[in-house]
Design a protein. Structure first.
Length: 142
């Protein structure tokens, strides 16, 4: 069976432009956080409100995906494990894709609602960034 025919449940890589250093995970900061096509006054307000929290949330999402190794994680799995709402989790994962820290494995797993979803895995640079962050958190070096 070709799962690509049933790929409508797989998330799209969203995100914003890349433009400068970021203190979290020594990545590149995204300005502004992801915004999607929505009625006026909704996505922009939400993006502005989460702007200060985005680096921390992005770090949590990256840490989770890296910890899953080659098994990876769907957005549904990450949202449940981290207790982050889809409206916050999926844009942060999309930003990690734009930053080159996470990529679509090409595999699909079923969500709780029975829809196929992309399985995301850390890229080598995402895994390396995780190791650097973990090392600096305990005062060591890698």
């Amino acid at each position: 069976m070709n799962l690509l025919l049933f790929n409508d449940g797989a998330p799209l890589a969203g995100g914003a432009g890349v433009s400068g250093p970021n203190s979290q995970h020594n990545a590149t900061q995204l300005h502004p956080p992801s915004r999607h096509n929505a009625p006026a006054g909704t996505s922009h307000v939400a993006a502005d409100r989460i702007a200060g929290k985005s680096p921390g949330l992005r770090g949590r999402v990256l840490d989770f995906i890296v910890a899953r190794g080659s098994y990876g994680a769907t957005d549904d799995e990450g949202e449940a494990a981290l207790g982050i709402k889809p409206q916050s989790y999926t844009p942060r994962r999309g930003e990690l894709v734009k930053l080159g820290r996470v990529m679509d494995s090409g595999r699909r797993r079923m969500t709780e609602s029975g829809c196929p979803a992309a399985v995301w895995v850390a890229t080598p640079s995402g895994a390396a960034q995780f190791l650097l962050s973990a090392s600096s958190a305990v005062g060591g070096a890698v």
